[in-house]
Design a protein around this ligand. Structure first.
Ligand code: 2HA
Ligand code: ZN
Length: 277
């Protein structure tokens, strides 16, 4: 166990507790089997310094994809190969607080990642998505990847065109178009864990907060854990309704006119080229 300033138990550190609680919830939803899923959250120095020595532990981990845009930034990140189910019982093994070095080529470990744990295998997708989301939203903090069951199922039976996929999701629950008016991005199937899938995910994140990886899972981003989790939960709920309803032959749905009326009533702008009104 790495020594903490002021001897604060890990779960009394607010951002560690938040990660432990959300990963446990996600595992309970059945989304994060085994070591599935990963989360990263940008931290401010002011929230870290009361609990963690910012000078670091001396452990430095090289990155295979340089991120000079994130130099100096602090993150709490889930560990590679680690199980969401176990974060709550062993936060210091399953989570780490890291800081991107000035050259953007390494991360310094400031806390956690005990037992030689390294950051998530999807760190490229996380870091590159953070870079793009920060450009469009200064309040952006969180990237969350999970194996949301019905989203995965839907990628086997629905057209993978992102506009068609988005429209079906919007049609499944009245609130969807209000929660993600910009729609969801869709990648082709790709090998996970690479810088390439990171670049493609981040490219989609330029103008939306959700990206689906077919037959694998979903990436969501946002300013807070509640907002990001709520976003993924809403997409997953719509996918669940689709998987429950589609096999029965859908007889009626929310029309394009009704979707446009919803968007207008709630003051959101739906992504272009989806509604025909
Ligand atoms: O194992 O979810 O995408 C963690 C993952 C890889
Ligand atoms: Zn995954």
């Amino acid at each position: 166990m790495i020594e903490l300033n002021r001897d604060v138990p890990a779960l009394d550190i607010p951002f560690i507790r938040e990660m432990a609680e959300i990963t446990y919830h996600m595992w309970k939803f059945g989304w994060d089997e085994r070591n599935g899923g990963n989360i990263s959250r940008i931290l401010d120095e002011a929230e870290v310094s009361p609990y963690v020595d910012l000078t670091g532990t001396g452990r430095v981990i090289p990155l295979t994809f340089p991120v000079p845009e994130l130099a100096g930034k602090l993150f709490v990140v889930t560990g590679s190969g680690k199980y969401f189910r176990n974060v709550i019982s062993d936060p210091d093994i399953n989570l780490g607080v890291i800081r991107v070095t000035a050259d953007g080529e390494h991360v310094d470990v400031l806390w956690g990642f005990s037992g030689n744990t390294i950051p998530t295998s999807e760190l490229a997708s996380h870091f590159m998505s953070h870079i793009e989301r920060l450009k469009v939203d200064p309040n952006h903090r969180i990237v969350m990847h999970t194996h949301a069951t019905n989203v995965i199922a839907m990628t086997f039976v629905h057209d993978l065109d992102e506009k068609k996929f988005t429209k079906t999701l919007w049609q499944m629950c009245t609130e969807c178009i209000v929660v993600f008016p910009e729609g969801v991005g869709m990648l082709p199937w790709m090998v996970p864990g690479s810088a390439e899938i990171g670049r493609e995910t981040a490219e989609k994140m330029k103008d939306r907060r959700v990206v689906v990886w077919p037959h694998h899972g979903i990436f969501g981003s946002g300013a807070t854990m509640d907002e990001t989790f709520g976003l993924i939960e809403t997409v997953e709920k719509a996918a669940q309704v689709y998987m429950l309803a589609a096999g029965h032959g859908i007889k009626q749905s929310i029309s394009d006119r009704q979707l446009a009326d919803l968007a207008q009533a709630f003051g959101v702008t739906p992504a272009e080229g989806i509604l025909e009104t």
